[in-house]
Ligand binder design. Structure first.
Ligand SMILES: [Zn+2]
Length: 117
């Protein structure tokens, strides 16, 4: 199973294209004086914000995949980081980058929900 999952992770990693800055020569921050008017400036701000959010999500995803591959290399793949139990095969097939077993994941989500509620 791990060979198949490794292949899936590598394919996912290959398919990740991390967007570059909208203005490669300048920095990401839109400048009012570089825009025709305030409307253009406002839409540039929104556009850059979305691009940055997407880039951050992609970078986080790449990290998750790289970490899963690293866990495979050291033989720690499929072992829950919190309790040390095996992560179920069905869970790994559904989510090959899972670091927690379903119980620990539920605990974390519950704790997060209680903190944020
Ligand atoms: Zn666990």
């Amino acid at each position: 199973m791990q060979g198949t999952l490794r292949q899936r992770l590598l394919t996912a990693l290959d398919g990740l294209t991390i967007p570059t800055c909208p203005d490669a020569e300048m920095d990401d921050t839109p400048r009012l004086d570089a825009c025709a008017d305030e409307n253009e400036y406002a839409s540039r701000v929104v556009e850059v914000g979305m691009q940055l959010a997407l880039r951050r999500r992609m970078e986080a995803r790449r990290l998750e995949i790289e970490e899963a591959l690293a866990r495979m290399d050291i033989g720690a793949y499929g072992v829950c980081e919190d309790c040390g139990d095996e992560i179920g095969a069905a869970r790994l097939i559904a989510n090959p980058t899972a670091k927690l077993c379903v119980h620990c994941q539920a605990d974390r989500e519950r704790a997060h929900y209680l903190r944020c509620a």
